[in-house]
Design a protein around this ligand. Structure first.
Ligand SMILES: C[S@@+](CC[C@H](N)C(=O)[O-])C[C@H]1O[C@@H](n2cnc3c(N)ncnc32)[C@H](O)[C@@H]1O
Length: 300
């Protein structure tokens, strides 16, 4: 299991099935889980077959790892669960969140906006727009029934729905500075960003070399989740569906410790590479289970 150390962060990446990995973690040991499981909509991954389970089987599988996540999550911990759908099968996020109602409390619903159009007339003179603005990643679908899907969900789940958040850590400045004088609550030029987060994918030249995964989320999305929960040295972040390591990079950027698990050896390899590039001095690697487990306990 490769372990890495960079600046304040210690990271441990594990290749395998998270249903085997999660039971080995101590109870109440993780502050933040930020993750995106397969969506059961037929995405073409390398190893995982996203068409292999019926919706019912998928929801049962999801319940299995969600129970483990609840077990390892600290009482004041946060699970940020990213889920999307496809226009012809829009139910998945709703079916999942209804199923999870039995397991955790839904504290916030965040809308990850991938692409948006802002009409010049709606934003006023102050914004200085010369024309309407269309920004972000746009994946056209050829249909006269469905709208293009420009957003996904991030469900913020906690044990009891009462976890304190650092809203201003991802806050935004007031557009109209007169609010600063009018509202005593506006102590600084920053207010809550709200639950619509516009985060486009970065433009890439080649999918196979720049983003070799069919369903990654941007590093910035995971960063915002960690910062919203409240970043501090020693914060422990977990991603049981690591993919190519974007949540690990977010942990590095926020100075958090990290534990990740990925089934697919090729994606896992990419994740190890991107983390190694971010921290050039990987600690000694080992595949000896006992030694790896000992170091895992050390970290958590
Ligand atoms: C939506 S992707 C996650 C992408 C990741 N957030 C990123 O930005 O790269 C879901 C990932 O879960 C992995 N996966 C599927 N079943 C798994 C399992 N049982 N344990 C661990 N990983 C699994 C898939 O190989 C896929 O890479």
């Amino acid at each position: 299991m490769p372990t890495f150390c960079v600046a304040q962060s210690q990271l441990e990446l594990h290749q395998g099935d998270c249903l085997e990995f999660l039971p080995g973690l101590p109870e109440s040991s993780v502050d933040v889980v930020v993750t995106s499981p397969p969506y059961n909509i037929g995405v073409r991954y390398g190893v995982y077959d996203d068409t292999g389970l019926s919706r019912q089987e998928y929801l049962d599988w999801l319940t299995g790892w969600a129970l483990q996540v609840r077990r390892v999550l600290k009482p004041d911990g946060s699970l940020f669960l990213n889920l999307g759908s496809k226009p012809s099968d829009p139910w998945v996020p709703f079916e999942v969140i209804i199923r999870l109602k039995e397991i955790l409390s839904l504290q916030n619903v965040i809308h990850w906006i991938k692409s948006i159009t802002i009409e010049k007339d709606f934003v006023g003179e102050g914004a200085g727009l010369a024309q309407d603005l269309t920004v972000g990643h746009y994946k056209p679908i050829n249909s006269n029934r469905f709208l293009n899907d420009c957003h996904e969900y991030v469900f913020h789940l906690t044990h009891r729905g009462n976890v304190m958040l650092d809203r201003l850590a991802i806050g935004v400045p007031y557009q109209d500075k007169s609010n600063l004088r009018r509202w005593s609550a506006a102590a600084s030029d920053r207010h809550c960003r709200g639950n619509t987060w516009f985060i486009p994918y970065r433009t890439i030249q080649s999918r196979s070399s720049d983003r070799p995964h069919p369903a990654s989320f941007p590093v910035e999305l995971a960063c915002k989740c960690i910062l919203l929960h409240g970043a501090r040295p020693g914060l422990k972040v977990l991603d049981p569906f690591l993919g190519i390591g974007h949540s690990a990079l977010a942990a590095i950027q926020t100075g958090s410790d990290f534990l990740g698990c990925e089934l697919d050896p090729e994606y896992f390899e990419v994740a190890c590479q991107v983390v190694a590039e971010a921290c050039p001095t990987p600690r000694a690697e080992t595949s000896a289970p006992q030694e790896a487990r000992a170091r895992q306990m050390e970290l958590f």
